[in-house]
Design a protein around this ligand. Structure first.
Ligand code: ADP
Length: 687
């Protein structure tokens, strides 16, 4: 029996590596089974070339547990190893590369997670002793048994193994007893080995006999050795794709919308099938479903860094030997192969959608609501995807018809171009809540889109940036004549000071709370339009909507109150009547203030004339005091005068009623205010 010392420097490297790789311990099984599969693939190649003379026999890789002995054994009928090979591949290479690996990554646990490259050595993460019993395919080589208890010492001796292949026997340590459970091993095999190219057997198929399950004589094969993505797309039927989806995501109960079968061999190697899932809301739970394989061995299901962010919403599998896996994620992002792969996938996804748009638009329209978020997300975050997707992105109007942006522009441009040659796209975010504004727009022959997704405010910002000839305006963000201004507004019949007075009347009756802030405005709408309309500036509202989605300005904008405009329609008969009545009823109350203000303002003016040419230091204290006193008197008098209008407003319930009707039309009258309105209306009807 030979003994020796493995060439790694640190004596206690094993406990270190165990602790280090704690969260990734389970990969030991993947490493051992894929080594077994590699050895099997190699022996098949030898047989093909005629170098192996004997019969290949049953090549199934077997995984078994011995609960008594506390061992797990992985057996294969691959090429096996001679004594020299064990020495070379295990004693020198495997161990030294593990040492290097540890040295390289000792500072960053994250970099290790999800990696390949620890290989055979990872067996020591769960074992106190590992044995290799192996016999080379070369018939003149003796079988060997190699044993190592985790210290750098190993022993090697002859073995009586007669058939070709390798058994790796792990004597599990006390901390790793979970791996003696059949269910745990089955779970790991299903996770990592589900699509390996050689059959993997674990236990026996069971059958129901005399009230219990009993083992049949048949091996239970864990894997599918010819996964669908390796087949030629022409040979695969739609049902096959659906069935494969079920296999990948057994707990999903919805069929995917479409799939893309990838098959590239130059300039990089990539196969796979990507599925578009239905995405209505919560993006987060949809993420990280793509499984990444390297030559059919499962590596990870977190593909950030490998595919663009928006594509992480897709489901399915990618298999590529060209993605470097034993590197950190930041390195991945700069790797040129990864970039090429990622661009390729983006292009394929866009091509697929564009193809459906061209050949089966009806289908795309039908599935649009489930795809829309994904496509918007892609357009917002990926320039290349935007460029292709803009031609098939579909907008829906309030009647449920779909259009591309180009089609829509052509339809509305005659009627909805304003005097600055900007095409105004009107939209609603909620058909119910903005019903009255939508109807008003339609009655003018305008069309209204429905933009109700969480990304829409960001999305229309992007569209406006890319198309300087269009503007999106929510249909209730201003009066229609102002939204699509075709000629200069007709002159107002009210003077500025009259407007100030009427503003005071309306302002005093607007709801007083911290969430809404009103500014009274005047507009010369038609007599058929509403007497009072509430609008909210497109800009502020969009900022707030975007704030809700997060981002740097988010809390600033979301904490602001809603700034609303109370637009008074000067041409409405009720308003005309109210304006006349206001000035008639307030004339007495305001006349004394008016003459007082006249005198005060004249005094202030002459004082200002007197001091106009003086330098600040030449103005006497007396003059300064006099000026301040006059200014204060003016402001007090103005306030008192304003109070006359406010008192009038309080005495005329029509003012409050008109405001409440406007609020009601916008779905903004709630709770106590609504109850009061109803009560007031009943009283009003009774009059
Ligand atoms: P890697 O598989 O990445 O080369 P490992 O540390 O897993 O690294 O294995 C080192 C070497 O040991 C392998 O390259 C192979 O030559 C040999 N080996 C490991 N397991 C087996 C096996 N089951 N049958 C034959 N050779 C094996």
């Amino acid at each position: 029996m030979a003994t020796g010392k493995i060439g790694i420097t640190s004596e206690n490297i094993f406990p270190v590596i165990k602790k280090f790789l704690y969260s990734e311990q389970e990969i030991f099984l993947r490493e051992l089974v894929s080594n077994a599969v590699d050895a099997t693939t190699k022996v098949k190649a030898l047989a093909r070339k005629g170098e192996l003379k004997e019969d290949l026999g049953d090549l199934t890789v077997r995984v078994s547990i011995d609960k008594e002995k506390k061992t797990i054994t992985v057996s294969d009928r691959g090429i096996g190893m001679s004594e020299e090979e064990v020495d070379k591949y295990i004693n020198q290479i495997a161990f030294s590369s593990a040492g290097e690996f540890l040295e390289k990554y000792k500072d960053s646990i994250d970099a290790i997670i999800g990696h390949f490259g620890l290989g055979f050595y990872s067996a020591f993460m769960v074992s106190e002793k590992v044995e290799i019993v192996t016999k080379s395919w070369q018939s003149d080589k003796k079988a060997v048994r190699w044993t190592c208890d985790g210290s750098p010492e190993y022993s090697m001796e002859d073995s009586d193994k007669t058939d070709r292949g390798t058994d790796i026997i792990l004597h599990l340590d006390a901390d790793s007893s979970e791996y003696l459970e059949d269910s745990r091993i089955e779970e790991l095999l299903k996770k990592y080995c589900l699509f390996l190219p050689v059959p993997i057997a674990f236990g026996k198929e069971k059958e129901w006999k005399e009230d219990k399950y009993v083992d049949t004589g048949k091996d239970k094969i864990i894997n599918d050795t010819e996964p669908l993505w390796l087949k030629k797309p022409v040979d695969v039927k739609d049902e096959d794709y659906k069935a494969f989806y079920k296999k990948l995501y057994p707990s999903s109960f919805e069929d995917p919308l479409f799939n893309i079968h990838l098959n590239v061999d130059y300039p990089f190697n990539l196969t796979g099938i990507l599925y578009f899932p239905k995405i209505r809301t919560n993006l987060e739970i949809q993420k990280n479903k793509i499984q990444l394989y390297c030559n059919q061995v499962f590596v990870t299901d977190s593909v950030e860094g490998i595919v663009p962010e928006f594509l992480t919403l897709l489901h399915g599998v990618l298999d590529s030997p060209d993605i470097p896996l034993n590197v950190s994620r930041s390195y991945l992002q700069s790797d040129s192969n990864v970039k090429k792969i990622s661009n390729h996938i983006t292009k394929k996804v866009a091509d697929k959608l564009s193809d459906i748009f061209k050949t089966n638009r009806e289908d795309l329209e039908k599935k649009w609501d489930d795809l829309k978020l994904f496509i918007q997300y892609g357009m917002l975050t990926n320039e290349k995807f935007y460029d292709s997707a803009k031609d098939f992105y579909l907008f829906k109007n309030t009647d449920g018809k779909s259009f591309t942006l180009e089609e829509y522009k052509n339809i509305i441009k005659d009627n909805q171009t304003d005097k600055n040659k900007t095409v105004i796209i009107l939209y609603a975010t909620n058909k119910e809540e903005q019903f009255s504004s939508i109807e008003a727009a339609k009655s003018k022959g305008y069309d209204v889109l429905v933009l109700d997704s969480a990304f829409d405010s960001h999305f229309i910002n992007q569209l406006e940036q890319k198309n300087s000839d269009l503007r999106f305006m929510r249909v209730d963000s201003d009066t229609l004549d102002k939204l699509i201004r075709k000629d200069d507004a007709p002159k107002s019949s009210l003077t500025d000071s009259q407007k100030t007075d009427i503003s005071a009347v309306f302002n005093s009756q607007t709801p007083k709370n911290t969430k809404m802030n009103f500014t009274v405005e005047f507009d010369t709408l038609s007599a058929d339009d509403m007497p009072v309309i509430i609008t909210q500036s497109e800009f502020m509202r969009r900022m707030k909507d975007m704030g809700k989605m997060g981002g740097p300005e988010s809390s600033f904008y979301t904490n602001l109150p809603d700034n609303l405009n109370l637009v008074v329609n000067e041409n409405h008969p009720l308003i005309k009547e109210l304006v006349d009545d206001t000035f008639k009823k307030t004339a007495d109350g305001t006349s004394s203030f008016d003459s007082e203000l006249k005198t005060l303002k004249a005094d202030l003016e002459s004082l200002e004339k007197l001091t106009k040419d003086k330098k600040p230091e030449e103005i006497s204290t007396e003059e300064k005091n006099k000026k301040e006193e006059l200014q204060k008197k003016i402001s007090d008098t103005e306030n008192n005068r304003k109070k006359v209008f406010e008192d009038y407003a309080a005495s005329n319930i029509k003012v409050k009623q008109l405001i409440d009707i406007a609020l009601l039309a916008n779905n903004m009258l709630k709770g106590e205010d609504l109850a009061k309105f109803v009560k007031r209306s009943v009283d009003f009807v009774g009059k």
